[in-house]
Ligand binder design. Sequence first.
Ligand code: ZN
Length: 321
Amino acid sequence: MIWPEVDAMLKASKGHLFAISFPFKKWLACVLATLSFSALSAQIQNPPVRVIAFGAHPDDCDLGAGGLAAKYAALGDRVKFVSLTNGDAGHQSQHGQELAYRRRAEALEAGRRLGIEYEVLDNHDGKLLPTLEVREQIIREIRQWRAEIVIAPRPNDYHPDHRYTGVLVQDASYMVIVPSLVTDTPALSRNPVFLYYSDRFTRPQPFRADIVVSIDDVYEKKINMLDAHVSQFYEWLPWTTGELEQVPKDPAERKKWLGERPMAERTLQPEWREALEKRYGSQAGRIQHAEAFEITEYGRQPNEEEIRRLFPFFPETVSRP
Ligand SMILES: [Zn+2]
């Protein structure tokens, strides 16, 4: 809000303010203007962090960084999830366009629940290849979002779509600043910080937890986001593990069931404790849910000050146990 708006607001509320004295109106206008100015200058000094996360399928980003995204969204930072495939192979009885429509709708609902953007690209599920065409799609996405942080899987994974998503984002990680490439979308002036989601693969080297964020305060939001992917968490994935019969029929009951399920590699791992203690000190022992990320070698390497700015979730002062 700025001066002309304050003036207009006072004029608009004339009928209600006629009994208020002129000096009071001036004072009120001054207070409102000062507050607006402080909010504006705070926004200029601390512009929103802009984060883009890539997954192969329309639930991958949610599993790896749903909690982190919820924390950014709560602070007014900007997050976008992008699925590189439309998920049209991930179901036991639905296929093709019918399934792609359903999964896109689920992803958009998941994004709506968290207050973030969600885009599903129309590449086929189970058939993703590290082509120049898809690399350029990724370069455009990162540039258009003016991303400071880019998150993707490591290129070591059991699923070829996950593996190639890792390769494709790695391949884009320097090209986003090269102006003579993908000339329809202006290049970034600075390379973003590139992160990997956590995983449990050990060859050729295991995941390294550089940044571990407690998501205890947003765990329910993350489950609420996952709950939007009905075709996956209540149909396809339980079918693949022979647990379909265990899924409760009632929507509230099945969400509770989902929240209580251990999500394998996504649960807090003992080897993340050191990184947690570095950031949370004596509070670390009480943390139950967390998400971990590795800083890749190919993007900008943030110093401690920049880590504090990009991840504004850690306590200012840390008391040691
Ligand atoms: Zn996937």
